[in-house]
Design a protein around this ligand. Structure first.
Ligand code: FES
Length: 77
């Protein structure tokens, strides 16, 4: 399957999700939000794929819902 690439992922996010872009989204593994956003924009469409690329959600999973929300927004049509 061809990866689904999104050119301007920030345009897909509501303002509230654009905050703290350079801060840790995943505190457990110290992964900043923009790295997660870029992984999603570069074709990660599941939480597992985001984890494989960035290690986000790989701690105790407490940021899973945030990652799911970013995937929903960025890959929404
Ligand atoms: S903050 Fe990401 S797994 Fe805990």
């Amino acid at each position: 399957m061809k990866p689904i690439l999104v050119k301007n992922p920030l345009e897909k996010l509501p303002d509230i999700l654009k905050r703290n872009i350079d801060k840790n989204l995943c505190v457990c593994n110290e992964v900043i939000k923009i790295d997660v956003i870029n992984a999603i924009a570069n074709g990660a469409i599941t939480v597992e794929e985001v984890r494989n690329r960035t290690y986000a959600t790989g701690g105790n999973g407490c940021c899973t819902r945030q990652v799911e929300r970013l995937i929903e927004c960025i890959h929404s049509i």
